[in-house]
Design a protein around this ligand. Sequence first.
Ligand code: ADP
Length: 319
Amino acid sequence: MKRIGVLTSGGDAPGMNAALRAVVRKAIYHDIEVMGVYNGYQGLIDGKIERLDLGYVGDIIQRGGTKLHSARCLEFITEEGQQKAIAQMKKHGIEGLVVIGGDGSYRGAMALTSKGLPSIGVPGTIDNDIPGTDYTIGFDTALNTVIEAIDKIRDTATSHERTFIIEVMGRGAGDLALWAGLAGGAETILIPEVSFDIQDILKRLRSGHDRGKKHSIIIVAEGVMSANEFANLLKEQGNIETRISVLGHIQRGGSPSARDRVLASLFGAKAVEALMEGHGGLAIGMRNHQVVEYSMTEAFNGKHYADLSMYKLSKELAI
Ligand code: ADP
Protein backbone atom coordinates (compact mmCIF):
# COMPACT_ATOMS: atom_id res chain seq x y z
CA MET A 1 0.00 0.00 0.00
CA LYS A 2 1.49 3.33 -1.07
CA ARG A 3 -1.19 5.85 -0.12
CA ILE A 4 -3.97 5.82 2.46
CA GLY A 5 -6.66 8.26 3.52
CA VAL A 6 -7.88 9.28 6.95
CA LEU A 7 -11.06 11.03 8.09
CA THR A 8 -12.95 11.82 11.27
CA SER A 9 -16.71 11.32 11.21
CA GLY A 10 -19.85 11.58 13.33
CA GLY A 11 -19.78 13.23 16.74
CA ASP A 12 -16.35 14.58 17.62
CA ALA A 13 -14.41 13.39 20.64
CA PRO A 14 -11.29 14.57 22.47
CA GLY A 15 -8.37 12.49 21.27
CA MET A 16 -9.41 12.34 17.61
CA ASN A 17 -6.46 14.62 16.84
CA ALA A 18 -4.09 12.33 18.71
CA ALA A 19 -5.42 9.41 16.65
CA LEU A 20 -4.98 11.41 13.44
CA ARG A 21 -1.39 12.17 14.45
CA ALA A 22 -0.69 8.49 15.08
CA VAL A 23 -2.13 7.47 11.70
CA VAL A 24 -0.10 10.08 9.82
CA ARG A 25 3.17 9.48 11.64
CA LYS A 26 2.94 5.70 11.64
CA ALA A 27 2.17 5.62 7.92
CA ILE A 28 4.88 8.07 6.93
CA TYR A 29 7.34 6.15 9.11
CA HIS A 30 6.59 3.18 6.85
CA ASP A 31 6.86 5.25 3.65
CA ILE A 32 3.13 5.41 3.07
CA GLU A 33 1.59 8.71 2.00
CA VAL A 34 -1.43 10.00 3.86
CA MET A 35 -4.31 11.98 2.40
CA GLY A 36 -6.48 13.86 4.88
CA VAL A 37 -10.20 14.03 4.10
CA TYR A 38 -12.09 17.01 5.55
CA ASN A 39 -15.63 16.92 6.99
CA GLY A 40 -15.97 13.15 7.20
CA TYR A 41 -17.70 11.34 4.34
CA GLN A 42 -18.95 14.66 2.95
CA GLY A 43 -15.37 15.62 2.16
CA LEU A 44 -14.83 12.26 0.51
CA ILE A 45 -17.78 12.94 -1.80
CA ASP A 46 -16.75 16.55 -2.44
CA GLY A 47 -13.05 15.77 -2.89
CA LYS A 48 -11.96 17.94 0.04
CA ILE A 49 -8.78 15.95 0.27
CA GLU A 50 -5.17 17.02 0.76
CA ARG A 51 -1.86 15.38 1.42
CA LEU A 52 -0.77 15.53 5.04
CA ASP A 53 2.86 15.80 6.07
CA LEU A 54 4.56 15.22 9.40
CA GLY A 55 4.20 18.90 10.30
CA TYR A 56 0.43 18.91 9.74
CA VAL A 57 -0.05 16.78 12.83
CA GLY A 58 2.50 18.66 14.92
CA ASP A 59 1.17 20.33 18.07
CA ILE A 60 -2.21 18.61 17.94
CA ILE A 61 -1.80 15.66 20.32
CA GLN A 62 -3.10 17.84 23.15
CA ARG A 63 -5.93 19.55 21.26
CA GLY A 64 -9.61 18.70 21.52
CA GLY A 65 -11.91 18.57 18.49
CA THR A 66 -10.59 17.37 15.15
CA LYS A 67 -8.32 19.28 12.79
CA LEU A 68 -9.93 17.45 9.86
CA HIS A 69 -13.37 18.57 11.07
CA SER A 70 -16.28 16.18 11.28
CA ALA A 71 -19.73 15.99 9.75
CA ARG A 72 -22.78 13.86 9.39
CA CYS A 73 -23.43 13.11 5.74
CA LEU A 74 -26.73 11.65 4.59
CA GLU A 75 -25.68 11.50 0.95
CA PHE A 76 -23.02 8.94 1.81
CA ILE A 77 -25.66 6.47 2.96
CA THR A 78 -26.92 6.28 -0.64
CA GLU A 79 -25.35 4.12 -3.35
CA GLU A 80 -24.81 7.21 -5.48
CA GLY A 81 -22.98 9.00 -2.67
CA GLN A 82 -20.73 6.03 -2.08
CA GLN A 83 -19.89 5.79 -5.77
CA LYS A 84 -18.92 9.47 -5.78
CA ALA A 85 -16.70 8.84 -2.75
CA ILE A 86 -15.03 5.86 -4.41
CA ALA A 87 -14.41 7.88 -7.56
CA GLN A 88 -12.69 10.57 -5.46
CA MET A 89 -10.59 7.99 -3.65
CA LYS A 90 -9.47 6.53 -6.96
CA LYS A 91 -8.73 9.98 -8.34
CA HIS A 92 -6.52 10.72 -5.33
CA GLY A 93 -4.84 7.31 -5.41
CA ILE A 94 -6.18 6.30 -2.00
CA GLU A 95 -5.88 2.54 -1.54
CA GLY A 96 -7.13 2.21 2.02
CA LEU A 97 -8.92 4.39 4.58
CA VAL A 98 -8.82 4.91 8.33
CA VAL A 99 -12.16 6.13 9.70
CA ILE A 100 -12.10 7.64 13.17
CA GLY A 101 -15.66 7.82 14.53
CA GLY A 102 -18.58 5.99 16.04
CA ASP A 103 -20.54 2.95 14.92
CA GLY A 104 -22.48 4.96 12.33
CA SER A 105 -19.17 5.86 10.72
CA TYR A 106 -18.18 2.20 10.82
CA ARG A 107 -21.16 1.34 8.64
CA GLY A 108 -19.83 3.74 6.04
CA ALA A 109 -16.37 2.19 6.31
CA MET A 110 -17.87 -1.27 5.85
CA ALA A 111 -19.72 -0.10 2.75
CA LEU A 112 -16.44 1.12 1.24
CA THR A 113 -14.68 -2.12 2.17
CA SER A 114 -17.33 -4.21 0.47
CA LYS A 115 -16.90 -2.06 -2.64
CA GLY A 116 -13.20 -2.88 -2.77
CA LEU A 117 -11.68 -0.07 -0.69
CA PRO A 118 -10.33 -1.57 2.54
CA SER A 119 -11.26 0.60 5.49
CA ILE A 120 -10.44 0.31 9.18
CA GLY A 121 -12.47 1.80 12.05
CA VAL A 122 -10.94 3.56 15.04
CA PRO A 123 -13.44 4.13 17.88
CA GLY A 124 -13.79 7.84 18.60
CA THR A 125 -16.79 8.78 20.73
CA ILE A 126 -17.30 10.03 24.27
CA ASP A 127 -20.24 7.62 24.66
CA ASN A 128 -18.10 4.47 25.04
CA ASP A 129 -20.89 2.66 23.24
CA ILE A 130 -19.10 0.72 20.51
CA PRO A 131 -19.56 -3.05 20.87
CA GLY A 132 -16.34 -5.04 20.99
CA THR A 133 -14.07 -2.54 22.68
CA ASP A 134 -13.80 -1.82 26.40
CA TYR A 135 -13.00 1.84 25.76
CA THR A 136 -13.41 4.43 23.04
CA ILE A 137 -11.28 7.51 22.46
CA GLY A 138 -12.77 10.51 24.26
CA PHE A 139 -14.63 8.68 27.00
CA ASP A 140 -12.00 9.26 29.67
CA THR A 141 -11.70 12.97 28.91
CA ALA A 142 -15.48 13.45 28.92
CA LEU A 143 -15.69 11.53 32.17
CA ASN A 144 -13.16 13.85 33.78
CA THR A 145 -15.08 16.87 32.50
CA VAL A 146 -18.26 15.53 34.08
CA ILE A 147 -16.49 14.82 37.37
CA GLU A 148 -15.14 18.34 37.50
CA ALA A 149 -18.68 19.65 36.98
CA ILE A 150 -20.14 17.35 39.64
CA ASP A 151 -17.53 18.48 42.17
CA LYS A 152 -18.40 22.11 41.53
CA ILE A 153 -22.13 21.53 41.66
CA ARG A 154 -21.67 19.59 44.89
CA ASP A 155 -20.16 22.71 46.52
CA THR A 156 -23.20 24.81 45.78
CA ALA A 157 -25.57 21.92 46.47
CA THR A 158 -24.08 21.58 49.95
CA SER A 159 -24.17 25.30 50.68
CA HIS A 160 -27.86 25.51 49.86
CA GLU A 161 -28.82 21.98 50.92
CA ARG A 162 -30.20 21.22 47.51
CA THR A 163 -30.92 18.24 45.36
CA PHE A 164 -29.31 18.55 41.96
CA ILE A 165 -30.08 16.64 38.81
CA ILE A 166 -27.19 16.55 36.36
CA GLU A 167 -27.87 15.39 32.81
CA VAL A 168 -24.95 13.80 30.99
CA MET A 169 -24.47 12.61 27.42
CA GLY A 170 -24.09 9.00 26.24
CA ARG A 171 -26.85 8.52 23.65
CA GLY A 172 -28.30 5.06 24.34
CA ALA A 173 -25.45 4.03 26.63
CA GLY A 174 -25.12 4.65 30.36
CA ASP A 175 -21.33 4.40 30.68
CA LEU A 176 -20.64 8.10 31.09
CA ALA A 177 -23.40 8.51 33.68
CA LEU A 178 -22.42 5.35 35.50
CA TRP A 179 -18.69 6.05 35.73
CA ALA A 180 -19.29 9.72 36.55
CA GLY A 181 -21.87 8.81 39.17
CA LEU A 182 -19.55 6.35 40.85
CA ALA A 183 -16.52 8.64 40.67
CA GLY A 184 -18.55 11.67 41.72
CA GLY A 185 -20.27 9.96 44.64
CA ALA A 186 -23.76 10.54 43.28
CA GLU A 187 -26.69 9.42 45.41
CA THR A 188 -28.68 8.22 42.42
CA ILE A 189 -27.70 7.25 38.88
CA LEU A 190 -30.19 6.70 36.08
CA ILE A 191 -28.96 4.79 33.04
CA PRO A 192 -30.87 3.38 30.06
CA GLU A 193 -29.71 -0.17 30.83
CA VAL A 194 -31.59 -0.32 34.16
CA SER A 195 -35.20 0.69 34.77
CA PHE A 196 -35.78 2.85 37.81
CA ASP A 197 -38.37 2.86 40.56
CA ILE A 198 -39.39 6.41 41.41
CA GLN A 199 -40.74 5.40 44.84
CA ASP A 200 -37.42 3.78 45.71
CA ILE A 201 -35.56 6.93 44.64
CA LEU A 202 -37.88 9.11 46.73
CA LYS A 203 -37.40 6.83 49.73
CA ARG A 204 -33.63 7.04 49.40
CA LEU A 205 -33.70 10.81 49.03
CA ARG A 206 -35.83 11.17 52.14
CA SER A 207 -33.79 8.78 54.27
CA GLY A 208 -30.59 10.55 53.20
CA HIS A 209 -32.12 13.85 54.18
CA ASP A 210 -33.32 12.43 57.52
CA ARG A 211 -29.87 11.24 58.43
CA GLY A 212 -28.49 14.71 57.78
CA LYS A 213 -27.25 14.67 54.20
CA LYS A 214 -26.79 18.23 53.10
CA HIS A 215 -27.29 17.59 49.42
CA SER A 216 -28.15 14.97 46.85
CA ILE A 217 -26.65 14.52 43.42
CA ILE A 218 -28.68 12.65 40.83
CA ILE A 219 -27.04 11.78 37.52
CA VAL A 220 -29.38 11.20 34.58
CA ALA A 221 -28.08 9.74 31.33
CA GLU A 222 -29.63 11.51 28.34
CA GLY A 223 -30.79 8.11 27.08
CA VAL A 224 -33.19 7.82 30.04
CA MET A 225 -34.88 11.22 29.93
CA SER A 226 -33.96 14.86 30.26
CA ALA A 227 -33.02 16.36 33.62
CA ASN A 228 -36.05 18.60 33.25
CA GLU A 229 -38.40 15.67 32.82
CA PHE A 230 -36.94 13.92 35.82
CA ALA A 231 -37.21 17.11 37.90
CA ASN A 232 -40.91 17.26 37.02
CA LEU A 233 -41.33 13.63 38.02
CA LEU A 234 -39.76 14.19 41.45
CA LYS A 235 -41.94 17.26 41.94
CA GLU A 236 -45.14 15.46 40.94
CA GLN A 237 -44.50 12.21 42.77
CA GLY A 238 -42.70 13.41 45.87
CA ASN A 239 -43.05 17.19 46.01
CA ILE A 240 -39.28 17.45 45.92
CA GLU A 241 -37.71 20.65 44.65
CA THR A 242 -34.58 20.25 42.61
CA ARG A 243 -32.12 22.25 40.54
CA ILE A 244 -31.00 20.96 37.20
CA SER A 245 -27.80 21.20 35.25
CA VAL A 246 -27.49 20.03 31.66
CA LEU A 247 -23.80 19.69 30.90
CA GLY A 248 -24.26 19.55 27.13
CA HIS A 249 -21.45 20.02 24.66
CA ILE A 250 -18.74 20.92 27.15
CA GLN A 251 -18.51 17.12 27.50
CA ARG A 252 -17.32 16.84 23.93
CA GLY A 253 -14.51 19.39 24.14
CA GLY A 254 -11.28 20.00 25.95
CA SER A 255 -7.74 18.74 25.87
CA PRO A 256 -7.69 14.92 25.81
CA SER A 257 -6.61 13.16 28.99
CA ALA A 258 -3.32 11.27 29.04
CA ARG A 259 -5.28 8.03 28.85
CA ASP A 260 -7.18 9.11 25.73
CA ARG A 261 -3.95 10.26 24.06
CA VAL A 262 -2.34 6.90 24.72
CA LEU A 263 -5.42 5.02 23.51
CA ALA A 264 -5.59 7.18 20.38
CA SER A 265 -1.91 6.62 19.63
CA LEU A 266 -2.19 2.86 20.04
CA PHE A 267 -5.39 2.64 17.99
CA GLY A 268 -4.24 4.94 15.19
CA ALA A 269 -1.00 3.02 14.74
CA LYS A 270 -2.79 -0.33 14.85
CA ALA A 271 -5.19 0.80 12.12
CA VAL A 272 -2.28 1.59 9.80
CA GLU A 273 -0.72 -1.80 10.57
CA ALA A 274 -4.00 -3.49 9.67
CA LEU A 275 -4.07 -1.72 6.29
CA MET A 276 -0.40 -2.57 5.69
CA GLU A 277 -1.26 -6.22 6.31
CA GLY A 278 -3.93 -5.98 3.62
CA HIS A 279 -6.95 -6.03 5.91
CA GLY A 280 -10.21 -4.14 5.51
CA GLY A 281 -13.50 -4.15 7.41
CA LEU A 282 -11.83 -4.34 10.80
CA ALA A 283 -12.41 -2.29 13.92
CA ILE A 284 -9.66 -1.50 16.39
CA GLY A 285 -10.36 -1.79 20.10
CA MET A 286 -9.08 -2.54 23.57
CA ARG A 287 -10.01 -5.74 25.39
CA ASN A 288 -8.53 -6.64 28.75
CA HIS A 289 -5.76 -4.06 28.26
CA GLN A 290 -4.77 -5.49 24.88
CA VAL A 291 -5.19 -3.67 21.59
CA VAL A 292 -7.25 -5.90 19.32
CA GLU A 293 -8.68 -5.88 15.80
CA TYR A 294 -12.02 -7.49 15.14
CA SER A 295 -14.73 -7.56 12.52
CA MET A 296 -16.45 -4.22 12.02
CA THR A 297 -19.73 -6.06 11.58
CA GLU A 298 -19.42 -7.17 15.20
CA ALA A 299 -19.05 -3.53 16.17
CA PHE A 300 -22.31 -2.37 14.62
CA ASN A 301 -24.36 -5.54 14.95
CA GLY A 302 -23.21 -6.47 18.44
CA LYS A 303 -24.43 -5.08 21.71
CA HIS A 304 -22.55 -2.85 24.08
CA TYR A 305 -22.89 -3.70 27.76
CA ALA A 306 -22.41 -1.21 30.56
CA ASP A 307 -20.78 -2.72 33.64
CA LEU A 308 -23.80 -3.36 35.84
CA SER A 309 -21.67 -4.48 38.78
CA MET A 310 -20.60 -0.83 38.98
CA TYR A 311 -24.24 0.20 39.07
CA LYS A 312 -24.90 -2.15 41.97
CA LEU A 313 -21.82 -0.89 43.79
CA SER A 314 -22.79 2.75 43.31
CA LYS A 315 -26.08 2.03 45.08
CA GLU A 316 -24.31 0.29 47.93
CA LEU A 317 -21.88 3.16 48.39
CA ALA A 318 -24.56 5.85 48.24
CA ILE A 319 -26.55 4.67 51.27
P1 ADP B 1 -21.20 8.16 14.67
O1 ADP B 1 -20.13 7.69 13.75
O2 ADP B 1 -20.69 9.08 15.73
O3 ADP B 1 -22.02 7.00 15.19
P2 ADP B 1 -23.35 8.81 12.79
O4 ADP B 1 -24.20 7.68 13.20
O5 ADP B 1 -24.00 10.12 12.55
O6 ADP B 1 -22.18 9.10 13.83
O7 ADP B 1 -22.59 8.36 11.46
C1 ADP B 1 -21.66 9.23 10.85
C2 ADP B 1 -21.77 9.16 9.35
O8 ADP B 1 -21.49 7.82 8.91
C3 ADP B 1 -23.14 9.45 8.78
O9 ADP B 1 -23.40 10.83 8.68
C4 ADP B 1 -23.04 8.81 7.41
O10 ADP B 1 -22.34 9.63 6.52
C5 ADP B 1 -22.20 7.56 7.70
N1 ADP B 1 -23.11 6.40 7.87
C6 ADP B 1 -23.91 6.13 8.91
N2 ADP B 1 -24.65 5.03 8.71
C7 ADP B 1 -24.32 4.58 7.46
C8 ADP B 1 -24.73 3.48 6.63
N3 ADP B 1 -25.65 2.61 7.04
N4 ADP B 1 -24.14 3.34 5.43
C9 ADP B 1 -23.20 4.21 5.00
N5 ADP B 1 -22.79 5.27 5.73
C10 ADP B 1 -23.32 5.46 6.94
